[in-house]
Design a protein around this ligand. Structure first.
Ligand code: SF4
Length: 282
């Protein structure tokens, strides 16, 4: 079996910057071991990264109610709603914000659409932390995750004069985002900034162009961009989040495997997986 590493893959700029902030905060524990460090939600959706940060002293929480007053909290790369920032301020919680600038851009676009009186539509997955933050930015928004849901929304919303301001979660399938926008346009006046971030697009384009007969995407099951890379593959697609999962893959019949990784997957994992797949068992 031939193994090719698909480029680009792995950490995007937003994840690299978020991790740098986390490691710099963790380093402060050496001088002040009594400090409590919290991270609101997984910093990035990768279990290897999260486990490493736990070892370095972070406690991961799903709500600020779990964070004591005066503690330090890191906001994840996926962004938060303004109400959460306000709560932290009122309670004297020190915030280090690792929100990716591309996510901030989506918040700004949604806010501006809402301020101009447009109905905000977020193309994204309803339970995803990034989507919750964007919806929280505007208070009220419709979340649409696929073309079928877009068509249902058009059929159920009779007001053809309604003006929609459409934004997108940054890690959606780029083609699907365009299809959803196209499905909305015949029924409404649509203004849109909806597109995935550049890192997502480049990784998806590289997978789509791969010419082998299977793709292995390394990344956690909770990672949206990892799941979308699997969907983009023009051939069979496998996903693995740990070395145990890599070792248990059934790759029988595969002659040319392309290996890539999600934007939150550490490079060391990809290197170890590729070495194992190439038979370098030490
Ligand atoms: S995938 Fe895109 S939006 Fe998400 S952290 Fe990376 S660069 Fe930022």
């Amino acid at each position: 079996m031939t193994i090719s590493v698909i480029e680009p893959h792995g950490f995007c700029a937003g994840v690299t910057a978020a991790l740098k902030k986390a490691l710099s905060l963790a380093a402060t524990l050496r001088d002040n071991p009594s400090t409590s460090l919290y991270c609101l939600h997984e910093l990035v959706h990768n279990e290897i990264v999260v486990d490493e940060l736990k070892k370095r002293g972070f406690t991961f929480v799903e709500s600020l109610t779990e964070v004591p007053d005066g503690a330090t909290v890191l906001f994840s790369a996926h962004g938060v709603a303004p109400q959460i920032r306000e709560t932290a301020k009122v309670r004297g919680i020190r915030v280090v914000d690792a929100t990716c600038p591309f996510v901030e851009r989506v918040h700004k676009a949604a806010r501006e659409f809402a301020e101009r009186g447009l109905h905000v539509v977020v193309i994204g997955h309803p339970g995803h932390i990034e989507v919750k933050g964007i919806v929280g930015e505007v208070g009220e928004a419709v979340v649409i995750s696929n073309v079928a849901a877009a068509k249902e929304f058009c059929a159920a919303t009779a007001d053809a004069a309604a003006r929609l301001g459409v934004v997108s979660q940054t890690t959606m399938n780029a083609d699907e985002v365009a299809e959803i926008v196209a499905a909305l346009k015949p029924s409404f006046k649509v203004e849109t900034t909806a597109e995935v971030c550049n890192a997502t697009k480049l990784r998806q384009d590289a997978v789509k162009a791969f010419g082998g007969d299977a793709v292995l995407v390394l990344g956690s099951a909770s990672s949206s961009n990892t799941a979308r890379l699997c969907e983009c593959a023009p051939c069979r697609a496998f996903r693995a989040g740990t070395m145990d999962e890599v070792k248990s893959l059934d790759l029988s019949g595969v002659t040319h495997l392309g290996v890539t990784s999600g934007a939150s997957t550490p490079e060391e994992f990809l290197k170890a997986a590729v070495a194992w797949l190439r038979g370098e068992r030490t």
